[in-house]
Design a protein around this ligand. Structure first.
Ligand code: TYD
Length: 203
C-alpha cells in the first residue's frame, strides 16, 4: 500500500485555517478522495487538559505546557495520523508541531530546540500551509466568532510573538498563504498547493 500524505494547516488564532481545511476536505471528497480530518490539541485526555488551562486564564509553567502538547501529539500520531498514512490516506491536520515551535517559543522556550526535537520524533508533513494574517486582524476574527475565549493564548502581544516565529520558519514543504483575502481566493491557492503536493507524492 502506498503511503498517504500529511498536510498541516498552521497560523495564528483567527487566521482562517480551519474554514479552509473544511472547504478542502469537501472538495477532495467531491473528487472521490477520503481525507482524514483531524486536529491538535486533540479531544483526548492531554488535549482536554490543555484547553481547560487555556480557557481558565491561568497559564501553567511553559515547560509543563510544552510537555502536555508533546504528550498529546505522541498519542495523536500513534493512534490517528500514522495509521491513516499507512493506510494510504490524505491526512489534513489543523495544527501540528510548528504550532508548538511558534506558541511555546513565544512563551519563552527555545523554538529551534522544539523544532529539532519535533522533527526527530514526529511524522514530518509533506505540505505545510501557513496562513499569514496580521495579529490584530486575527484577534478581531476570534472576537467576532464569539464562543469560548482562551485568554492564555488569545492576546495581542502574545499573538505578535507567535506571528514573528511563524514568519521566520524555513522548513521543507512550507507554503505561505496570504490569508487577508476573500475565502474563495484563498481556497484556490490552497487547492493549487495541495494538487501539487499530491502530484509530487504520487498519492
Ligand atoms: P486551536 O487550533 O485554536 O483550537 P480551538 O479552535 O479548539 O481553540 O488551538 C488552541 C490553542 O492552542 C491555540 O491558541 C494554539 C495553541 N497551541 C499551542 O500553544 N501549541 C500547540 O502545539 C498547539 C497545537 C496549539
Amino acid at each position: 500500500m502506498k503511503r498517504g500524505i500529511l498536510i498541516v494547516f498552521e497560523g495564528i488564532d483567527g487566521c482562517g485555517k480551519s474554514t479552509q481545511l473544511r472547504r478542502l476536505a469537501e472538495s477532495l471528497r467531491a473528487r472521490g478522495r477520503d481525507p482524514l480530518v483531524t486536529r491538535e490539541p486533540t479531544e483526548g485526555p492531554w488535549g482536554r487538559r490543555i484547553r481547560a488551562m487555556a480557557r481558565s486564564g491561568e497559564a501553567v509553567e511553559p515547560e509543563t505546557e510544552l510537555a502536555w502538547f508533546f504528550e498529546d501529539r505522541r498519542q495523536h500520531m500513534r493512534e490517528v495520523v500514522t495509521p491513516a498514512l499507512e493506510a494510504g490516506r490524505i491526512v489534513l491536520s489543523d495544527r501540528s508541531y510548528l504550532s508548538t515551535v511558534a506558541y511555546q517559543g513565544a512563551r519563552g522556550l527555545d523554538a529551534e530546540k522544539i523544532l529539532a526535537d519535533s522533527e526527530a520524533e514526529f511524522e514530518r508533513p509533506d505540505l505545510v500551509l501557513l496562513f499569514e494574517l496580521h495579529p490584530e486582524a486575527g484577534l478581531a476574527r476570534v472576537d467576532a466568532r464569539g464562543g469560548t475565549s482562551e485568554p492564555v493564548f488569545e492576546n495581542l502581544p502574545f499573538q505578535e510573538r507567535v506571528a514573528a516565529i511563524f514568519a521566520s520558519l524555513d522548513v521543507p514543504g512550507l507554503v505561505r498563504i496570504d490569508a487577508d483575502r476573500a475565502e474563495e481566493a484563498i481556497a484556490r491557492d490552497v487547492e493549487a498547493a495541495v494538487d501539487a503536493a499530491i502530484e509530487r507524492a504520487g498519492a
